[in-house]
Design a protein around this ligand. Structure first.
Ligand code: BG6
Ligand code: MG
Length: 215
């Protein structure tokens, strides 16, 4: 029996994974290091700090503490200017539909995101009030791939972990959900196709009846 849906934000609810990519690409250019969509898969879902660490590690590049902090500030500046104009048209396919499925079946919904900008983004999308429970990057000590963000969401929803499905588009998020003992569905990111038992191209493909028959 499924009683809770926990959604990652970037790349599941809204197409901002593209904006994160573009912002990191600019930072990579400034750092004079390699970066492309394939390397970006290693960053997806990680916190801002862990993403920069990963970018440097992938390129075996070392910078000072001070530069590190400044690049984090700069990345967020670039990212925020890129998402400045986002609105409902950036909401991904199937979001409204899956929220209706949740309502109809008395399933609680929550956001479990690594982003410190999550609440601001949800407001721009007019979705802020749709999610009573929003756990974001400001509210966890241990970011994904640690399961803390999803465990907090399940606790606040007062749902058992094995009654919740986590919807994720990043490997780090899939690992977090699995470590936490959640059911997990890979969404949109074709790189997850062989990584998860359950994969859907968009939330609009989700069928609760079919899913419950399989578990
Ligand atoms: C995640 C994204 O949702 O949030 C990552 O998948 C991003 O790419 C992370 O690094 C942190 O986001 P922010 O907005 O706090 O920099
Ligand atoms: Mg994501």
């Amino acid at each position: 029996m499924i009683n809770g849906f926990i959604f990652d934000l970037d790349g599941v609810i809204v197409n901002t994974e593209e904006h994160h990519y573009k912002a990191w690409k600019e930072i990579a250019n400034k750092l004079n290091v390699d970066f492309n969509k394939s390397l970006n898969e290693n960053l997806k879902g990680l916190s801002r700090k862990e993403s920069l660490k990963k970018l440097l590690e992938l390129n075996k590049k070392k910078i000072s503490e001070n530069e590190f902090v400044n690049f984090l500030i700069e990345k967020n500046k670039i990212y925020k200017s890129l998402i400045d104009g986002i609105d409902e048209t950036n909401i991904l396919d199937g979001v409204q539909n899956i929220l209706k499925i949740a309502d109809k079946n008395n399933i609680s919904v929550a956001i479990g995101s690594s982003s410190k900008n999550a609440k601001m983004i949800l407001k721009k999308l007019n979705l802020y009030n749709r999610f009573k429970i929003i756990i974001d990057g400001n509210m966890v000590t241990n970011p994904k791939p640690d399961p803390e963000v999803f465990i907090k969401a399940a606790k606040l929803m007062r749902k058992k972990i094995d009654e919740c499905i986590v919807f994720e588009d990043a490997v780090s998020g899939i690992i977090a959900a699995e470590r936490g003992g959640f059911k997990v569905i890979g969404v949109r990111n074709l790189n997850l196709k062989n990584r998860t038992d359950q994969f859907i191209n968009s939330l609009s493909e989700f069928r609760l009846d079919d899913y419950e028959k399989k578990i």
